[in-house]
Design a protein around this ligand. Structure first.
Ligand code: CA
Length: 230
């Protein structure tokens, strides 16, 4: 069984907060709720969450300030902002505060759930696809670091397994070099790493070809990044 994802809900409106908690618990997430910015800051310092639902307008410290601060501190926990209709949603769209996504109130719970799942898929590939997953004609085992096609086995490195896992969790989606670097190397990209990513992808393509793949599974999307074609 997959481990439950833990979600922190930061929301000061009791009705929304309680509604979110009930709904998310029903969807089998582990839910923690807090009702102001200061409490959010404290609990994020103390505990690890898989995702944060962050209201924009909060007592003490705003959601925007929190989001910026966490990103400056290098925290990569995915954040979905909850914003009110009107000026806030427009500001959010234009602001690069480091949130992964946002929903505008009033939102439907189904829509929110779809976004939570999408963000978790993108940010937590290991849990999404598991340790054994398919990639094109291959079966990849990220634990034994083996790539199998028919009955031929090829050894891969941990990093290659991590890259394949990220692509497998995001079929058809463009992944930028920055995202790839962050998710696989667990550091934020500093400019020169563009080449590092490209070199790893080039090597991986060669390896897939040698292992018997006839099509290009990892496509280069000019100016944007890479895409896995299932
Ligand atoms: Ca609020």
């Amino acid at each position: 069984m997959k481990a439950r994802h833990s979600i922190l809900v930061v929301e000061d409106e009791p009705k929304i907060r309680d509604g979110l908690r009930d709904f998310l618990e029903f969807q089998e997430f582990t839910v923690t709720v807090v009702d102001d910015g200061l409490a959010a800051e404290r609990i994020v310092d103390a505990k690890r969450f898989d995702l944060i639902l962050l209201d924009l307008m909060l007592p003490n410290i705003s959601g925007e300030q929190l989001c910026r601060k966490w990103r400056q501190q290098g925290r990569t926990t995915p954040i979905i902002m909850l914003t009110a209709k009107g000026q806030e949603s427009e500001r959010i769209a234009g602001l690069d505060m480091g949130a992964d996504d946002y929903v505008t109130k009033p939102f439907s719970l189904e829509e929110l759930l779809a976004r939570i799942r999408a963000v978790l898929r993108r940010t937590d590939p290991a849990r999404c696809v598991g340790q054994t997953f398919s990639f094109g004609p291959f079966c990849v085992n990220a634990q034994s670091l083996k790539l199998t096609c028919d009955s031929a086995e090829t050894c891969i490195t941990q990093r290659q397994a991590d890259i394949l896992q990220l692509f497998a969790a995001n079929p058809g989606r463009i992944i930028s070099r920055e995202q790839l670097y962050e998710k696989v190397w667990h550091e934020s990209m500093d400019g020169i790493e563009t080449r590092t990513v490209d070199m790893h992808i080039a090597r991986l393509r060669e390896l897939l070809k040698e292992a018997g793949c006839k099509t290009e599974l990892i496509e280069t999307v000019r100016g944007a990044g890479y895409k896995y074609n299932e």
